[in-house]
Design a protein around this ligand. Sequence first.
Ligand SMILES: *Cc1c(COP(=O)(O)O)cnc(C)c1O
Length: 369
Amino acid sequence: MKVPFLDLTRTVARLQPELDRRWRGILDTTSFILGRELKEFEQAFADYLGVDACAGLANGTDALILPLRVLGVKPGDEVLVPAFSFFATAEAVALVGGTPIFVDVDPETLNISPQDAVARITDRTVGMIGVHLYGRPFDVDAICRVCGRHGLWLMEDAAQAHGARWRGKRVGGFGRIAAWSFYPTKNLGGFGDGGAVTGNEPVLVEKTRRLGNHGQAERYTHLEIGTNSRLDTLQAAVLNCRLALLDEDNARRRSIAARYAERFAGVGDLRLPPDRPEVESVYHQFTLRTERRDDLLAHLGKSGIGASVHYPSPLHHQPAFAERFANSPMPDLPVATAAGREVLCLPIFPELTDDEVDAVADAVVGFFG
Ligand SMILES: *Cc1c(COP(=O)(O)O)cnc(C)c1O
């Protein structure tokens, strides 16, 4: 049996009738920019998360960049970021002129390590971006304590964690502001690019929205140099359809993860994501770790099983940052570096069938013999 890593045609099919109705309405009114579906989504997503404010933006990368500008990050400012994440987390800091300071990750969760973060704070450190990697919240209590003690702001990169909870509360309201991506593969994904910021400081969220709309306070009055970064009305309609299904979809992801975990207990040198009582993961990815990662990947490829490596390289090894470390030693980030060699993500999407999950598990277990 062939199993795809992700098959969005199944998602499209599930949404079709409702999406047809919503898209038809947009075509009829031609409110393509800042339309009613966008307002509806912003309110619904804020309510879902239990936060005070939400502003749609064009993509998740802008949802990191624009609030960094609002928070006033300037050249010379250092911002702590996990060394193991999607590139955009660090890219955003560099783009606004700040210096991303790479922090090692926790050996169990692969989320930003509070202890290592403390060790890298200097008098130039202004804030921290925590990433809820793979849909699993970082240690919110410890990270908030570090930020509080050292006077740093906290931004959540929640691009992989739509609906995830820490001590029963959904992520997206723990820091000053949270960045979301609705890239098609995310748990809450559009059928194109999309993003948003959320938080409990409406002024900060509204300033971010304004930057994404050319700094306009009202039409043709530009208070500052912004950019064009708005969440498209057609995408907002997709998100309205998918938000209604999100809890059900995340529950299905968790049940697939449990099925995998059961099959993989004690197999080879496999290390599985931990289950901590304070965390409810939404399993954006199901990530294994093994020293034989590359051989397992090749084996799955030959068996027709989709698999993917998120991410093969830690951020401090990216060519884009090579110049940073040309005249200074590369920071020592052993856990992030090992993770790049060891992680492997298996298919985990709501429409995956039990037979497909079993086929994936059989192939993995078969590899270890
Ligand atoms: C997807 C993602 C982003 C970027 O989002 P885009 O919408 O693709 O710009 C940022 N951070 C993390 C952790 C992501 O997974």
